[in-house]
Ligand binder design. Structure first.
Ligand SMILES: O=C(O)C[C@H](O)C(=O)O
Length: 467
């Protein structure tokens, strides 16, 4: 590979001749050949936006000469427009705090800005990655700010996907509203329920988890930018923070404000932990629903078969005609992955020491990966699974008629013990509850009809006989 020689404070370092990154990035690539992964595009976007806004803020305070600042802004705009995407190359598992990712962005923007000014890449005498692109900043305030911006950017489409899933579940709730079935508790026959009620409950749970995700937004909007190395804002102009917040708000469209305590903002990762926990909570709920769908669709001949999931692909390489609940299985796996990411975020969040938490790259990687993964999963689960579910009303009705849970409806009229005797006889003989109650003259047919009417069975709050 054709190389050029660049220099940083450790000395000279060979860099691929075609690269826009420089010596510090090349060292990081050499130091951390770990996962084969690259930084999340939203994480690159967020740091580049910060660099662009910092250049504009530093020009506005009079610290950065306009010719240099404008070149940095132009370079950043190229990247924000999709250019040089292959130049952000440092493994997510890297130096603490994210210095390598920060320097990767500083170097790419510096070299591209130099080119725009008609100079050579690596000729940092007039435009320097640290002195100019990183002016008034530190990794320590840039990275937590970038994680906040990237999270806000990814949260919006996630919430849209979540609303899509809520709507699909609620639509099925309405469609299945008249399908009576046996409830199950402890996986045993329980009192009746309508299939629609099960789906409406799923929708309500996911909706509440969306509210939990939304509740994380205000803390993400509070930025510690300007605190730089430890929160004191050393080496930044007094007007820099305000200018920076204004620039960031314009560039991102987000409502942003300064963190009340800049020292605190770089020490504590709990806003990210809160978001990660809200993601885990959503994953627990959605995973639980996926489990139910797999259970309810089990069979078709030897399982419950109360619902049918869309057949998205042949299920088996060896068993002809078999169709598996592939989308629900995928959903479960994604949910477990999100829970695992949250565990990593939690461990990283508690690992801060004194002025800084250096585990930020791990938090960035897991949090942004989870936001993206869960968004994609919810969309696929909603569109390719939930929306196409068909109810097997006949199977639901048959199970309901055979369910021993039905005797519970009779207990207020005939008493718990008599009802238990009916259940035992039904279990032993296979005769229906109705038949046994009538043969024992425990109730009249009219009383039985009234007790067994769907409204009374599944919405006891309604007057008997309604629905
Ligand atoms: O890279 C920086 O700006 C600071 C670094 O994270 C450090 O505190 O050592």
């Amino acid at each position: 590979m054709c190389m050029r020689r660049e220099r940083d404070s450790l000395g000279e370092m060979d860099v691929p001749a075609s690269a826009y990154y420089g010596a510090q990035t090349a060292r990081a690539v050499r130091n951390f050949p770990l996962s084969g992964l690259k930084p999340h595009p939203a994480y690159v976007w967020a740091v580049v936006i910060i660099k662009k806004c910092a250049a504009r803020a530093n020009m506005s305070t009079g610290r950065l000469p306009a010719a240099i600042g404008d070149a940095i802004v132009a370079a950043a705009d190229e990247v924000l427009g999709g250019g040089l995407a292959d130049q952000f190359v440092v493994d997510p598992f890297q130096a603490g705090a994210g210095t390598s990712h920060n320097m990767n962005v500083n170097e790419v923007l510096a070299n591209r800005a130099l080119e725009l000014l008609g100079r050579q890449r690596g000729d940092f005498s007039s435009l320097h990655p640290n002195d100019h692109v990183n002016m008034a900043q530190s990794t320590n305030d840039v990275i937590p700010t970038a994680i906040r911006l990237a999270s806000l950017e990814l949260l919006e489409p996630l919430l849209e996907a979540l609303t899509g899933l809520v709507n699909s579940l609620a639509a099925k709730g309405e469609e299945f509203d008249r399908i009576l079935k046996s409830g199950r508790t402890h996986l045993q026959d329980a009192v009746p329920i309508r299939l629609g009620q099960e789906f409406c409950a799923y929708a309500a749970a996911v909706r509440r988890n969306g509210e939990g995700l939304e509740a994380c937004i205000p803390a993400l909007q509070e930025l510690g930018i300007g605190g730089n190395a430890v929160g004191s804002g050393l080496n930044a102009e007094p007007a820099y923070i305000r200018a920076m917040l204004e620039e960031l708000a314009i560039a991102t469209g987000f409502q942003l404000k300064a963190a009340p305590d800049l020292f605190e903002a770089m020490q504590n990762m709990d806003p990210f932990l809160a978001l990660s926990s809200a993601l885990r909570r959503t994953a627990v709920t959605v995973g639980r629903i996926a489990n139910d769908l797999r259970l309810l669709s089990s069979g078709p001949r030897t399982g419950l078969d109360e619902i049918r999931l869309p057949a998205v692909q042949p299920g088996s390489s060896i068993m002809p005609g078999k169709v598996n609940p592939s989308m629900a299985e995928m959903t479960n796996m994604v949910c477990y992955q999100v829970m695992g990411c949250d565990q990593a975020v939690m461990l990283a969040a508690q690992a801060g020491q004194l002025e800084l938490n250096v585990m930020m790259p791990l938090i960035a990687y897991n949090l942004l990966f989870s936001l993206e993964l869960l968004k994609n999963c919810l969309g696929r689960f909603s569109d390719s699974c939930v929306s196409g579910i068909i109810a097997n009303g006949e199977r639901c009705r048959r199970y309901l008629e055979e369910s021993l849970g039905l005797v519970t409806v009779l207990a207020p009229s005939i008493g718990y013990d008599a009802a238990a005797e009916v259940a035992k006889e039904s279990m032993a003989t296979g005769r229906s509850i109705r038949e046994i109650v009538l043969s024992r003259a425990l109730m009249t047919p009219a009383e039985l009809d009234q007790a067994m009417c769907p409204g009374h069975l599944t919405e006891p709050g309604l007057p008997l006989g309604r629905k």
